[in-house]
Design a protein around this ligand. Structure first.
Ligand SMILES: Cc1cc2nc3c(=O)[nH]c(=O)nc-3n(C[C@H](O)[C@H](O)[C@H](O)COP(=O)(O)OP(=O)(O)OC[C@H]3O[C@@H](n4cnc5c(N)ncnc54)[C@H](O)[C@@H]3O)c2cc1C
Length: 254
């Protein structure tokens, strides 16, 4: 039987490509967005990630995965990197890199944790900390395509200072009609905030998510513990486990 053609933009090039840093933006005191230019970049789907490889002068090299945070935009894409204290790679990306510096990237990678704009089912995005990055790519892709698919985002962070993309999510942008955003805080809240600081609860998903009868597709991303808790809560609420797509960023940080 003939195999279906794989769209070019889903196919990760097997080779590493040079990516030049062309822009920087602080998101929080410990995270920043890096804008890269990759001549001939194949484009990406919202939710995919790239592998980033760093090589030292003595030839030692190491690589990590980072989600694409931007909507497809020609040869450019954005990553948002949270500095992990004592980490090998993230402090270099989040603190040291300067405009004009090069890294190697490989990708885009991933075909499951992906929002395809042709899907018209409601979308629930549940993010913890830096796990907002691929969810933001979905929001930005929806906006850039003028999609009317209903989106709800539930975003859990420790404090108001830890919110990524704060002004973009606070002020609805043109094309954001039908996007509802809820922030949850786990350590301290803005003054007068109605919900006390605590971790994600079943009631948060019940109040701010979609009812299971709406058959939403759910994307959950963040630290491992956060993702496992949120996914279990969604199942407990009656969501179809097959429609819960998860991406785990790391072992700690809940
Ligand atoms: C598919 C995928 C997409 C990802 N996308 C992003 C992204 O968009 N932005 C982003 O900032 N990170 C992202 N990550 C996490 C990233 O790949 C690295 O794991 C992270 O940057 C830490 O790397 P490091 O070299 O600095 O730390 P390491 O040297 O690998 O680890 C140092 C210490 O920190 C712990 N640790 C490792 N990773 C984490 C973590 N994520 N949280 C808390 N503790 C950790 C380790 O157990 C170790 O004790 C993604 C991971 C995956 C698998």
């Amino acid at each position: 039987m003939a195999r279906a053609a794989v769209p070019g933009r889903l196919k990760a090039p097997l080779t590493w490509q040079a990516a030049r840093l062309v822009g920087l933006r602080d998101e929080t005191p410990s995270a920043r967005t890096l804008v890269f230019d990759v001549p001939g970049w194949s484009g990406h789907l919202a939710g995919q990630h790239v592998d980033v490889r760093l090589t030292a002068e003595d030839g030692y090299s190491t690589q990590r995965s980072y989600s694409l945070a931007s909507a497809p935009d020609g040869d450019r894409f954005e990553l948002t990197v949270q500095r992990v204290p004592d980490g090998e790679v993230s402090p270099y990306l989040a603190d040291v890199m300067e405009i004009g510096d090069l890294v190697e990237i490989r990708g885009p990678v991933g075909g499951w944790f992906v929002w395809r704009p042709a899907e018209i089912r409601p979308v629930l995005l549940v993010g913890g900390g830096s796990g907002i990055a691929p969810l933001m790519a979905m929001i930005r892709t929806r906006r850039s395509l003028g999609s009317h698919t209903p989106f709800r985002l539930i975003y859990s962070v420790r404090t108001p200072e830890d919110r990524y993309y704060a002004s973009e999510l606070r002020t609805p942008q043109p094309g954001d009609g039908g996007l509802e955003v809820t922030h949850l805080y786990t350590r301290h809240t803005p003054e007068g905030w109605p919900r006390p600081a605590k971790r994600l609860q079943l009631a948060d998903l019940q109040t701010h998510g979609w009812p299971p009868e709406f058959e939403p597709v759910c994307f959950v991303c963040g630290p491992t513990g956060f993702v496992e808790t949120a996914a279990a809560q969604l199942v407990a609420l009656g969501h179809d486990p097959r429609q819960i797509r998860t991406e785990r960023f790391g072992p700690t940080g809940g």
